[in-house]
Design a binder for this molecule. Structure first.
Ligand code: TYD
Length: 214
């Protein structure tokens, strides 16, 4: 065990599509490894073998392939597997877990985008997950820029990008109000800055959290 090893830290990233989360997750993982921390970099949906299989079910195909209710079940099933097999063992070993999206994404995308299903999302979360991140970094940015970036990435996983700008605007407002609701763990970072400045803000936040816990 090296001198920086302390209790585990569960850190999640949230934000609209194209907000730069995935790149920032990687940059933070590299940064913390450079400080001697053991880091597990993971993502949702996915992060374990079973959850990665569910990922292709939920992210590929027609936008109306699943009802919102079925999606809640699928995302929660994937999350449960991810938690059991990847997240909790890593935290128990004192590692930093950096996760690209977690339950807040279900609260927003399934809980808000097609009617108000937030109560259903919360009930299932309580029953099957029962764990919130220690810190959640919200990369806030203008939906038009986010959508342009997300569309620029060609690929098969575009069910949600297909919902368009109106959804992204609703999601941005939703994430900001979620940050108010869970003010103790949310930190908002301005995603309009250049990548290095965003990364520096995030590194400061993560280091402060780790210092507080050591
Ligand atoms: P991803 O490739 O991770 O996109 P991004 O880099 O923009 O995060 O795809 C994740 C997509 O899945 C994204 O559009 C949001 C959606 N999603 C949900 O709808 N509910 C969820 O619970 C999660 C974790 C993701």
């Amino acid at each position: 065990m090296n001198q920086y090893q302390g209790p585990g830290l569960f850190l999640t990233f949230e934000g609209i599509d194209g907000s730069g989360k995935s790149s920032q997750c990687r940059l933070l993982a590299d940064h913390l490894r450079g400080l001697g921390r053991e880091v597990v970099l993971t993502r949702e949906p996915g992060g374990s073998a079973g959850a990665e299989e569910i990922r292709s079910l939920v992210l590929e195909g027609d936008p109306d392939r699943w009802s919102a209710e079925t999606e809640i079940l699928l995302f929660t099933a994937a999350r449960r597997d991810h938690l059991e097999r990847t997240i909790l063992p890593a935290l128990a070993a004192g590692k930093v877990v950096i996760c690209d999206r977690f339950a807040d994404s279900t609260r927003m995308y399934q809980g808000l985008s097609r009617g108000d299903l937030r109560a259903t999302v919360d009930s299932l979360h309580k029953l099957m997950i029962g764990r919130e991140p220690d810190v959640t970094i919200l990369i806030d940015m203008d939906p038009e820029t986010g959508l342009a970036r997300a569309k620029g990435r060609q690929g098969t996983e575009e069910r949600f990008e297909d919902f368009g700008l109106a959804l992204q605007e609703k999601m941005r407002a939703g994430f900001l109000s979620l940050a108010d609701e869970f003010a103790d763990r949310f930190r908002i970072v301005d995603g309009a800055q250049d990548m290095d400045a965003v990364a520096a803000d995030i590194a400061r936040i993560a280091e402060a959290e780790l210092d507080q816990r050591s």
